[in-house]
Design a protein around this ligand. Structure first.
Ligand code: R1P
Ligand code: URA
Length: 292
């Protein structure tokens, strides 16, 4: 058992006893947590709660905690990107697994259920706009996992991906992480597609979008949609899933990433009703959460 006492600079608490960025105290968090990228999506989720007990906000991290049909749920915005996922997951974990009085890891650890409700761009032409997709696995083009001591890296997969996608040495070594299969089962209905999600470090060049700047690897979009391993094609691009799956796996939490498909990069289409589609995914997710 690790009996380290965390110093003020490592476990940073605000004057009211809340954790540094999230601004939450342990009693303000439910153990079923929905993450969304956009702070403005938080009230779009919590408007379906029976009531909201806590509303806390700092920077892009906005949290509402309440109950949905009697089940305690928190919804928290992460902002965009896996750099924010690093902060959110370490602080969510600290809220349940570190004693803020003794500053030590608790003897009995709590495993959180974490469900991302996000948006995405599909890379296969047959994935309909406004459909829902569960990320069975996340491929990280970010480097977050490599900064943690871990034994979940898959070198064989990584080498194949680097070769097939012609990734240059200047880019982070990609990694692959799985969703939590037990948690995912609760969201596997007829309307949910399953896929392999690439998590990118940006929305434009890193996702092979070209406005005024040209991406360095001009073939990447085509290479991504052609790539296949163990019978799995890459289905979609977004910016958080690999970080969420990596941090959840390392910290012992269960996570699943649900995506509303707003763009199709192969056909060039974008949803005409993005808010309606996200709202449908929110209602679907809340309904399925009751079965956990
Ligand atoms: O809609 P959210 O949850 O933010 O997710 C997607 O949308 C953002 C980019 O527009 C990125 O965060 C990406 O992952
Ligand atoms: O194409 C898209 C759409 C939503 N979010 C992304 O990151 N990419």
């Amino acid at each position: 058992m690790d009996k380290t006492t965390f110093s003020d600079s490592e476990l940073i608490l605000n004057n009211d006893g809340s954790i540094y960025h999230l601004n939450l105290r342990p009693d303000q968090l439910a153990h079923t947590i929905i993450t969304v990228g956009d702070p403005e999506r938080v009230p779009e989720v919590s408007k379906y709660f029976d009531f909201i007990e806590h509303k806390v906000a700092k920077r892009e991290f906005h949290t509402h905690t309440g109950t949905y049909q009697g089940k305690p749920v928190s919804v928290i915005s992460t902002g965009i990107g896996t750099d924010n996922i690093d902060i959110v997951f370490n602080e969510l974990d600290a809220l349940v697994n570190i004693d803020f009085e003794t500053r030590q890891i608790k003897e009995n650890l709590t495993s959180l259920d974490i469900i991302r409700i996000g948006t995405t761009g599909a890379v296969q032409p047959n994935i309909p706009i406004d459909s829902f997709l569960l990320s069975q696995r996340g491929i990280g083009f970010d480097s977050l996992l490599h900064w943690y001591d871990n034994d979940i890296e898959d070198k064989e997969f990584t080498d194949a991906l680097i070769k097939e996608l012609k990734l240059s040495d200047d880019m982070a070594t990609p990694y692959i992480v799985q969703c939590n299969r037990e948690l995912a089962k609760h969201f596997q209905t007829i309307e949910m597609l399953n896929g392999t999600t690439v998590t990118n470090v940006g929305f434009y060049g890193p996702q092979s979008r070209r406005l005024r700047l040209a991406p360095s690897n001009k073939e990447l979009k085509q290479l991504i949609s052609n790539f296949s391993f163990n019978g799995h094609q890459i289905t979609n691009l977004e910016m958080e899933t690999s970080g969420i799956y990596a941090m959840a796996a390392l910290l012992g939490h269960r996570a699943v990433s649900l995506n509303a498909v707003l763009a199709n990069r192969a056909t060039g289409d974008f949803s005409k009703t993005p808010n309606k589609t996200v709202d449908k995914l929110i209602q679907f997710t809340l309904d399925r959460i009751l079965s956990i």
